[in-house]
Design a protein around this ligand. Sequence first.
Ligand code: GLA
Length: 395
Amino acid sequence: MAENISDVNEVKIEALDTFLKEFGEEATHCVCAPGRVNVIGEHTDYNEGFVLPMALPMVTVIAGKPNGTNICTIISASSAGTMSVSKAEFDISEPAAIKPGEPKWANYVKGCIVNFPNALAGFKAVVISTVPVGAGLSSSAALEVATYTFLEAITGQQASDPVQKAISCQKAEHDFAGVPCGIMDQFISVMGIDGHALLLDCRDKSVIQILMENLKDHVFLITNSNSPHKLSSSAYRDRRDACFEAAKKLGKNSLREVSLEDIKTLEKQGVSKVTINRVRHVINENLRTQEAMKALQTGDYKRVGELMNESHDSLRENYEVSSPELETLVNTARSVKGVLGSRLTGAGFGGCTITLLKEDCVSQVINTIKETYTGKATFYMAKPSAGARQLDCHR
Ligand code: GLA
């Protein structure tokens, strides 16, 4: 069976109750921001390419209250076991003096506070998340975007531009978590619309919202390998740097401006085979992602599945970000009749896969994976959900 994902309202009530228990009064503001799964378009965002994620029903909720001081007290609690229960306290009188430290989860909160463009207010708050940590479903972006949305709520200062909001949250991750991520995760967490996936052009930040009702009797299943991805490891940075270097060698701003023809020039310049493979992945992945958007719009899920398979194969061969666990999950899923496509999702090196399949084959896929996979896999149905929003404080 796929895991039961708590309804946003249940998580909200848990956060409100925890706030009351911890602080002895009622919270006045409550917000949530979702995790995401990427359907296709991997390692393209930092190359100014295309991505096609959807926001998930798993959310990070913050319930809190301004306290009229310059002190922020935040308790991270979680019945779902996604974050250890701990407390962070810091002074915001001089935001520039706020530095990353322990506990680590609070760095995402601090980073957003430092990057918030408007006047700040001290607060007490409780954070509860149902987004699994380290699974490649963007628990960190959910926390960043939830923090920013909470700051908007308590200060009454809404971001005038959602793109700027996503960029501020991305900067929090760069500066306070040391992860040089692209814009995809924060963007979908801000911009998700219920029932839609989103095609984002990471160069001009334009979006196309894709209504997912054309899927008819097909669904997306997420399988968590529970082998943690190590995004902050140098592997992500190395690949990003190789792409930047290749674009520079061709006199281009990014790989978005590079075509398959240009690979010949790189070969003549003596660029390594490894780098050329990275470039080949990015160019083809951009083409696949745009095609997948059209196929989703017309309900051609067979083609979507083929493109997902091609994406994964290229991530394994050219980008080298798969892992033995992900290979087992993808190959096992693909061996079941009714599966149209399966691929790793997110940065890779562990984390989750996403599989497009006929709805009536879900149990069979889950059972086959459970029989084959020696680790412990967990399963979630990827229901396209809404982006960050303020919630009422009613129980
Ligand atoms: C991580 C990053 C994203 C993106 C993906 C790979 O999730 O946070 O910005 O680069 O990896 O597609």
